[in-house]
Design a binder for this molecule. Structure first.
Ligand SMILES: Nc1ncnc2c1ncn2[C@@H]1O[C@H](COP(=O)(O)OP(=O)(O)OP(=O)(O)O)[C@@H](O)[C@H]1O
Ligand SMILES: [Mg+2]
Length: 272
């Protein structure tokens, strides 16, 4: 059995692993702790989390349900304030939501229901890129085409399937041309075949657009397909257990086994 030492020993004062100490800081999360207030109690959702992503990285936050993945992503999005710690994107501290970050959520109902697919995307372009109405619509059409929905521009969200709505949400996020694309389990509620198609599409879009991605999942398979770097989190409250940089030559079967061991099998060694 693989043995792991106490993970806290591997991290520096900013909560970062060796891998992160060497990495370029385009997205930098240092010592992030988030508490939620619930019925008078403070609940620690994530504790001293640290990692970084280079420009163009496909960073995966991987961990079990409730470990704080969404919390971290929402903090990067600027939607929740950290209890302590800091987050920087391209050198700028993150304090609130802004157009330099675009988010895709798990839920299919993140589009404005009173706007068509095209209008949803055009609206985001106008906000984020300050384009006029006509130019925004031309751009929106271009991005709808990128996700294979050029024929559905005039459809309203309720007329689209779950997978199609997620494609519109992805097109909208990409069209904003943000510095970082934040995705919170965007494919989790899709059937296996659609999910796999969407993963391939996301990788193709990455080749075309070259964005920096922070992607949350609890699927090891999805992490290995999509990621260039995986940050593994312990169960509640989430702490970074291990960070792995992936290179295409890594045998994914062996890696899957290793990640499985780190996340699930050997956890007891951390607890005692
Ligand atoms: N608004 C909130 N108020 C109180 N506690 C919260 C709130 N949001 C999340 N939590 C708690 O914080 C912890 C982390 O939640 P979070 O949603 O970030 O986990 P997650 O890893 O995204 O889980 P999942 O994989 O199920 O989506 C959980 O214990 C959760 O109960
Ligand atoms: Mg979540």
């Amino acid at each position: 059995m693989t043995r792991f030492t106490d993970p806290t020993l591997r991290r520096d004062q900013n909560g970062r692993s060796q891998e992160d100490r060497n990495a370029e800081d385009f997205l930098a999360v240092d010592n992030l702790t988030v508490h939620y207030k619930s019925e008078g109690y403070l609940i620690a959702a994530v504790k001293r989390v640290g990692f970084s992503a280079a420009k163009g990285e496909r960073l995966i936050l991987l961990g079990r349900s409730g470990c704080g993945k969404s919390t971290i992503l929402k903090a990067i999005g600027g939607f929740i304030k950290p209890t302590s710690g800091s987050i920087r994107l391209d050198g700028k501290p993150i304090e609130k939501p802004d157009s330099d970050r675009a988010m895709v959520f798990q839920e299919f109902d993140q589009l404005m229901p009173w706007k068509t697919a095209l209008e949803n995307i055009a609206f985001a372009i106008r906000n984020a890129r300050k384009l006029g109405g006509k130019e925004a619509k031309v751009e929106a059409r271009r991005y709808l085409k990128k996700v294979g929905l050029e024929k559905f521009g005039d459809s309203y969200p309720h007329q689209l399937s779950g997978g199609m709505k997620q494609r519109v949400a992805i097109a909208r996020a990409l069209a904003a041309q943000a510095k970082a694309l934040l995705m919170d389990e965007p494919f989790a509620a899709l059937d296996a075949l659609t999910r796999s198609q969407m993963q391939e599409e996301l990788l193709r879009l990455y080749q075309e657009e070259g964005f920096t991605l922070a992607f949350v999942t609890h699927s090891i398979d999805e992490a290995l397909i999509l990621g260039s770097k995986i940050v593994m989190l312990s169960p509640h409250p989430g702490e970074v257990i291990e960070t792995i940089k992936l290179n295409s030559s890594a045998a994914s079967g062996a890696l899957k086994e290793k990640i499985n061991a780190i996340l699930f099998k050997d956890r007891v060694e951390y607890v005692i």
